[in-house]
Design a protein around this ligand. Structure first.
Ligand code: GDP
Ligand code: MN
Length: 579
């Protein structure tokens, strides 16, 4: 394709053409650019953004094919309190979401989008989540006036011509509209990161009639990593795990097992789409093609495979720029540079007392570059799950690992998922934020209906073939605020126990809260874990659990009549067992 042809690809899909037409009339861009996803197109857009100051090209020797972006300080994270679910009634979105009236919201948005792309290029981004030939692949068409969005979407999704080919003349797609909200007047000079700076004019809006797809179609869209854990004998087990943000999904997804002979390979670090296959088992796919991870804290020590993944062809957002044209962030394992440019573009030295990288600074890196990417990560059928793990930061009460008695008990454990704020004083209990299934920011309908959807898989699938469910906690602390468990690669010891439980081999003891490993159940060979610590990690703190049960009861009460009876029953049974 010659350079002059970039931006001109088209689809015969009448609905897509009509929608793009309608949005063009609304947003009034100067130009329309249809993205084909090619290398050439990507290079052209990166060059364009280097010219406009949006991107800085990093040192080609140290960080080939990579760029740094510095956003406007008001544009650093997904804003939960500006996320609105526009269902017909408040009841449909439940107590954990912001509701807005769909008609009113459409009016507001039509006002904001009206002429919002004046003076700019409107990019039409055809993208697919999931391998194009997967039974649960979803096609979307995103319209955006941000070339930064285009180059990120190219890493994170299957994007471009192949998607339009798959869509064909009458395929269905999910329409997505984004604008930076910074139209240019004729002759007005652009800035490096144009955006609407007023937080009250930022909106993330879902219209669930059009977007609660998984529930309607009978599958699950989850906030989970997927990994394959292989025994020294070559037996593979696929595991999916849901942890709230900043609780170690990317770390576990790419972990390096410390147990000799065991191997972990990564299929995804953030999203799992799970469906019942013909054989009655649950199969998971990772619908993404990249990793969008938090940079600070990511080091060769904490996550060597992530460091190798973003060695090239990656985009870094809001990290620091070093004098030799590489990136740096806090706890990167690299010594702080004597001088750098911080995420706000200011000169920075270690003694300024400011953070050089924004705490939510990110890398966007192609999954194919992960040294431990699993050979089946793009398998359209997905991989059969042996176990599902839930977890969170729980400094007290919650043991290292706990096996659910059955599916309903597992759903109960998932619904009680949560994480404690780390700011809490040493040894003292922090503020616990319940984050059921780690889906609090992502469940676009009533969470109680979501619980019911999870419960329904005992009927949809073959109950005897459902994955076993576990609750893990790498973050238990002792009285002095010290981690009781070494974590990271040592978590392989817990994964080994889980895989052996699935095979019916490992020993467990039934307790009031679930099945826990017996003291000799975990393989702790070569680990100098004090016996007293192990005891704390695997004991049932009855008083603590009674408080936990009270807290879960208060949380369940939020959902009123909508709460599935099975979850209320699980809580009653837990209380009974605790005595
Ligand atoms: P994600 O947002 O869920 O993907 O979380 P990350 O994988 O980025 O990890 C978030 C933070 O948790 C990082 O600072 C990690 O160093 C830390 N972390 C991850 N795994 C462990 C673990 O096993 N033990 C401890 N103590 N910290 C961990
Ligand atoms: Mn992550």
């Amino acid at each position: 394709m010659s350079k002059s042809k970039l931006g001109t690809c088209k689809t015969p899909n009448k609905a897509a053409l009509a929608w793009v037409d309608e949005m063009t009339k609304l947003c009034q861009p100067d130009r329309i650019f249809w993205c084909d996803g090619s290398e050439q197109e990507n290079q052209m857009l990166c060059d364009l953004m280097v010219q406009s100051g949006t991107l800085t090209k990093l040192n080609e020797k140290l960080r080939p094919g990579s760029y740094l972006a510095r956003s406007h300080p008001s544009d650093v994270a997904r804003v939960e309190d500006r996320t609105f679910i526009c269902a017909r009634s408040k009841d449909e979105v439940g107590p954990t979401n912001n509701w807005a009236d769909p008609a009113e919201m459409k009016k507001t948005l039509l006002g904001l989008f009206n002429g919002s792309m004046k003076g700019r290029t409107m990019y039409v981004i055809p993208f697919a989540m999931g391998p194009l030939d997967s039974p649960i692949c979803k096609i979307g068409i995103e319209i955006s006036d941000s070339p930064y969005v285009v180059v990120n979407m190219r890493i994170m999704t299957r994007m471009g011509q192949a998607v339009l080919d798959k869509l064909g003349a009458d395929g269905r797609f999910i329409p997505c509209l984004h604008s930076i909200g910074a139209p240019l007047k004729p002759g007005q000079k652009d800035i490096a990161w144009p955006c609407e700076p007023d937080p009250q004019k930022k909106y993330i809006v879902h219209f669930p009639d059009e977007s609660v797809v998984a529930k309607k179609e009978g599958w699950m869209a989850e906030h989970m990593l997927i990994l394959c854990f292989t025994s020294p004998r070559g037996k593979k087990h696929y595991l999916a795990a849901a942890f709230p943000s900043a609780c170690g999904k990317t770390n576990l997804a790419m972990m390096l097992p410390t147990l000799p002979g065991w191997k972990a390979t990564c299929l995804g670090d953030d999203i799992a789409w799970i469906r019942v296959s013909k054989d009655g088992r649950l199969y998971a796919i990772n619908p993404e093609t990249g990793f969008f991870g938090v940079a600070p804290g990511t080091s060769r020590k904490s996550n060597p495979n992530a460091v190798d993944t973003f060695a090239k062809n990656s985009i870094f957002t809001n990290v620091a720029l070093t004098a030799d044209g590489d990136v740096w962030w806090e706890d990167s394992g690299m010594p702080a540079p004597a001088k750098a440019i911080d995420w706000e573009g200011r000169e920075w030295t270690p003694d300024t007392g400011r953070k050089a990288a924004h705490p939510n600074s990110r890398f966007t890196a192609p999954a194919s570059q992960c040294p431990v990417i699993d050979p089946d990560w793009q398998n359209p059928e997905g991989v059969p799950l042996s176990a599902i793990l839930f977890g969170g930061r729980r400094p007290s009460t919650i043991p290292l690992v706990n096996e659910a008695f059955n599916w309903e008990h597992g759903v109960f454990l998932g619904s009680a998922c949560g994480s404690e704020t780390t700011a809490a004083a040493l040894g003292q209990a922090g503020v616990l934020r319940r984050d059921p299934f780690a889906m609090l920011p992502f469940c676009g309908y009533n969470m109680a209906d979501y619980f019911a959807h999870w419960l329904s898989f005992a009927q949809r699938a073959d109950r005897s073939k459902l994955p076993k469910v576990y609750f893990v906690n790498w973050f238990r602390k002792d009285g002095n605020g010290k981690w009781l468990w070494p974590g990271y690669g040592e978590n392989s010891r817990v994964l080994k126990w889980i895989c052996e439980r699935v095979e019916g081999a490992a020993k467990a003891q039934e307790t009031p809260i679930g099945n826990l490993p017996t003291p000799d159940g975990l393989d702790l060979s070569g680990l100098n874990l004090p016996g007293e610590d192990l005891k704390q990690l695997l004991s049932v703190d009855i008083a603590g659990w009674k408080k936990e049960a009270d807290d879960i009861a208060a949380y369940q009460a939020k959902f009123g009549e909508k709460l599935p009876g099975a979850l209320k029953q699980q809580l009653d049974e837990l209380r009974e067992r605790l005595g």
